[in-house]
Structures are given as structure tokens and as C-alpha cells.
Design a protein around this ligand. Sequence first.
Ligand SMILES: NC(=O)c1ccc[n+]([C@@H]2O[C@H](COP(=O)([O-])OP(=O)(O)OC[C@H]3O[C@@H](n4cnc5c(N)ncnc54)[C@H](O)[C@@H]3O)[C@@H](O)[C@H]2O)c1
Length: 255
Amino acid sequence: MSGLLAGKRLLVTGVITDASIAFSVAKLAQENGAQVVLTGYGRLSLVERIAKRLPEPAPVIELDVTNAEHLAGLADKVREHVDGLDGVVHSIGFAPQSCLGGGFLDAPWSDVATALQVSTYSYTSLAMASLPLMSPGGAVVGLTFDATKAWPVYDWMGVAKAGLESASRYLALHLGKQGIRSNLVAAGPLRTIAAKSIPGFDQFEDAWTQRAPLGWNLTDQEPAARACLALLSDWFPATTGEIVHVDGGYHAIGA
Ligand SMILES: NC(=O)c1ccc[n+]([C@@H]2O[C@H](COP(=O)([O-])OP(=O)(O)OC[C@H]3O[C@@H](n4cnc5c(N)ncnc54)[C@H](O)[C@@H]3O)[C@@H](O)[C@H]2O)c1
């Protein structure tokens, strides 16, 4: 088998449509020699239908990251398909509507707690649920939206992403001794279900298409997926706790 990820066994979360960043990761990973197991949340039959559009059939395991039983049973379920994992992709985010679109000052703690549990804490809980299957050289990769700044309309999701970026560094710290890396890809705005749920998301779209030095395609998930593959591969063996921007260069310029 040839390709960047030849022989690697990956667990990929977060596929809900074929526009999901996770779908592009799974597709490219298979095209580059990896064996992929997916997890799906909620509408499992939909995820299974989308999975059929991948180059190779991929099994789908149910995983709600807020469900302790799902997390506790994950390693055994994955073992039914592969005998270990070389990489885990966290492509999960959710915030209740009160937390987005300008509601920062009024969002209740119960809603903020949901956003943080699903979008931040789950990075660590997914990694820990997968750890029994991982060995030195393994990699965990997640998706963030540059949390070094306060963005209009992103509100508590921005706080959740800041926490995710920190959680990735702590995971790097705590799993480094086991030879496991943790890195994030900071993607520019992409038209997915998660993005469409943010009222005012078009502000990001306008800003990026007008100002990103390299330009920006709102419907091309492949650049972000390629960076995920690179971080999962053996070509970043000494990189952990890192955030790679795949945003057309937007983060590097002044407004
Ligand atoms: N689309 C963008 O503009 C953009 C930019 C930067 C980062 N990201 C991040 O990329 C990741 C993937 O999002 P996407 O844009 O591909 O959107 P998406 O809607 O396709 O994917 C989000 C996924 O999160 C899953 N999810 C939600 N709640 C869950 C739960 N409780 N348990 C398990 N899974 C759950 C959904 O089922 C879905 O598959 C997210 O972390 C998102 O914040 C997106």
C-alpha cells in the first residue's frame, strides 16, 4: 500500500454531510492508504449513507461525546474493526443558539456548559477513550477556529475554541511521554452545517474572501483536510501542542 498514511488506522469523528471537514479527512486518508473507522452522532443512518460515498466502505460507530457509556465502550467497538489506532481526528463542535450570534452577555451557564462539554472537554475525553488502542507515534488532531481573537458572532464558541487550543497543549504535555502527539488545524470559514448554525457567519465569509492573502474558497474543505493528514502522518514526528493555520494566511495580516 502506498500514500502518506499507508497502513495507518484512523478513527474519524464528525461526519454528518459530505461537506463536513471530517468527510474530506476520511476521503483523503483512504486515498492515501489509511484504514478509516468513523463515529457518528445522532442521525446514524444519515452518517452511514454519507459513509457510502467514501472511496472504501467505512464502519460507523455511534458516539455522543456527552455520553459516558459511549465513551467507555468506544475502544471495544473500534477493536471490532481494527486492532489498534495510529490516529484520532476530533472534528466536533456544537453550541446552543443562545451562545452564538451576539448573545455573549446573556447566554445562560447551562447552554455555555453544553458548548464547552461538546466542543472543548470532548477533545480530551475522546483521546482518553481511544488511548488503550494507541501506541508511540500515534497522533490526535482537532479543528479550531483561531481563538486568539474575539470575533463578532462567534461568542461562546470562541471561548470553547480557546479552551480547545489550551486542552490540546495540555494533552501534548500529558501524552508526550507515551509518544503521542496532539495538534490542531485552525481552518478558515467553510460552509458546513456547523457554520450555517452561526447567525451572521457571512461576516467571516466576506472578510476571508476579501482579505486572505492567498484568497479563500468557502466550499473547499480539502486544504484543511490535507493539513490534518500531514499532522497524522510520520512527517511531523517532533511536533506537538501546535496549531497549523489553514486560512489562506488571514491570521497573519492586520485588518
Ligand atoms: N466550518 C468552519 O468554518 C470551521 C472553521 C474552523 C473550525 N471548524 C471546526 O471543524 C469541526 C467540524 O465542523 P464542520 O465545520 O465540519 O461542521 P459539521 O457540522 O459537518 O461537523 C460538526 C460535527 O460535530 C458533531 N457533533 C455535534 N455534537 C456532537 C456530540 N455531542 N457528540 C459527537 N459529535 C457531535 C456533528 O454530528 C457533526 O458531525 C468543528 O470543531 C468546527 O468547530 C469549522
